[in-house]
Design a protein around this ligand. Structure first.
Ligand code: ATP
Ligand code: MG
Length: 396
């Protein structure tokens, strides 16, 4: 790679969990690079992996695209735009002072330098690099030293080339999307299920989305919300597919024929049936929902276990042990929150009983299910599904 750092923007990203992989680390690394390259397709950018770091380099006018890529790529713990300098202390100190100036302009008052020498042929140790660079910044009077809680941490890494950087962004962490098989996310317009999808993308899953629509009980805006949410997930998930299944007749049948307090549990069982059909067809190996234990009356272990009984695929519930505040924080961080809180109700709310069954008995559930005779309607709903492919989203 020819990095000169003058007419190019250079970024380095840190790999996290991938580094813990043993023999198959190459597969994970390869997928990470491939994903980054897919984000940057058509741009004149280079992506390279060396010694636990990923480098992306491109023309200055691609800086925004590279930053978008790093902000949405899964599998890196952090990233920074770096100055690339000669492996020479004069050049390094010059770059460090430039970083200190930039930090002072951002309003920082204090600094710390961290040196990292992985090129052992460089004559100074990590500590000596930090000490010498710290000295010039201290003497410049730009910032005060604070080794415990600095406003600005300036990094000097001497590796294949030498990198100096001052602003570090956190990454999405996790494992590269596509290394964890395919999952089918039951995506409603609420706060929880998009976060559940994001969490599984972070475990390397490629996800498809499934939404149950109950026109005219639910509005076109409710569906639009789900389309927007799927679009946001597609940024992290290297694209997705949105499947919309019309559930009006299924819901009406449940309302008319099932015991009132069982409506929610039975609806979940129906959703599992439909999701299983779709997963079998598309090669998904697991279903994903946004359920969290005890968050609403219907989400008890007993109810979840009855729901599971209609699924031959494992049902992954990554939010099961999270409280609402944590879920909301993630929703805000990934950009789904604003859409999720728009006031269009999804199908479950409209038909939910005031007092749902809290501890569904499996045998009773089975009896109600058989009496309901709903298979035909489920077949019909499945046949009438609509499908949209949402491609990789390369920039906002
Ligand atoms: P969310 O915030 O994700 O809507 P919720 O807290 O409102 O979840 P429920 O309404 O009980 O909880 O739904 C539980 C889960 O069932 C959702 O997280 C989602 O995975 C799935 N689900 C609910 N409604 C739909 C729908 N209309 N289409 C697809 N999946 C749905
Ligand atoms: Mg909901």
């Amino acid at each position: 790679m020819n990095i000169d750092g003058k007419n190019t923007a250079v970024y380095l990203a840190k790999l996290g969990e991938i580094m813990l992989k043993g023999g198959n680390i190459k597969d994970f690394e390869q997928r990470l690079v491939q994903n980054a390259q897919l984000f940057l397709e058509g741009k004149h950018c280079k992506v390279l992996l060396r010694n636990g770091r990923m480098y992306i380099e491109g023309p200055l006018d691609c800086a925004q695209d590279i930053e978008y890529t790093l902000a949405h790529l899964v599998g890196i713990t952090g990233w920074a735009r770096a100055r690339v300098v000669e492996k020479d202390m004069c050049a390094i100190k010059e770059a460090v002072v430039l970083e200190a100036e930039a930090a002072a302009k951002r309003g920082c008052k204090s600094f710390k330098i961290e040196g990292r020498r992985s090129d052992k042929s460089f004559p100074l140790t990590s500590y000596q690099i930090a000490r010498d660079c710290g000295e010039v910044v201290y003497e410049s009077g730009l910032l005060a030293v604070d080794v415990h809680n600095p406003d600005s941490l300036i990094m000097v890494e001497v590796r294949e080339r030498c990198f100096v950087y001052g602003v570090q962004q956190s990454g999405n962490r996790g494992l590269p999307c596509g290394t964890g098989g395919k999952g089918l996310l039951l995506l409603s317009g609420g706060i929880d299920s998009p976060v559940a999808g994001y969490r599984m993308i972070r475990r390397g899953m490629k996800i498809d989305c499934l939404y149950f629509h109950s026109h005219p009980y639910t509005s076109p805006e409710a569906r639009q919300k789900v389309e927007t949410l799927a679009g946001i997930l597609a940024r992290y998930g290297m694209g997705t597919h949105l499947n919309v299944v019309p559930y009006t007749e299924v819901q009406q049948h449940i309302r008319d024929k099932a015991p009132v307090d069982w409506a929610t549990v039975i609806l979940r069982m129906c959703m599992m049936e439909t999701a299983n059909r779709l997963a079998s067809l598309t090669g998904a190996k697991a279903l994903i929902t946004g359920e969290s234990l005890g968050q609403v009356a219907s989400q008890t272990v007993e109810n979840l276990s009855v729901t599971n009984s209609r699924s031959k695929f494992p049902v992954l519930r990554p939010l099961i042990g999270m409280d609402k505040e944590e879920i909301v924080d993630t929703a805000k961080a990934i950009g789904t929150y604003e859409t999720s809180i728009l006031p269009f109700e999804d199908c479950c709310v409209l038909f939910s009983p005031r007092h749902p069954v809290l501890r569904a008995d499996p045998e009773e559930a089975e009896r109600i299910w058989t009496e309901l005779n709903i298979e035909g309607l489920l077949d019909k709903a499945f046949e009438e599904r609509e499908h949209t492919r949402i491609p990789i989203i390369r920039s906002l």
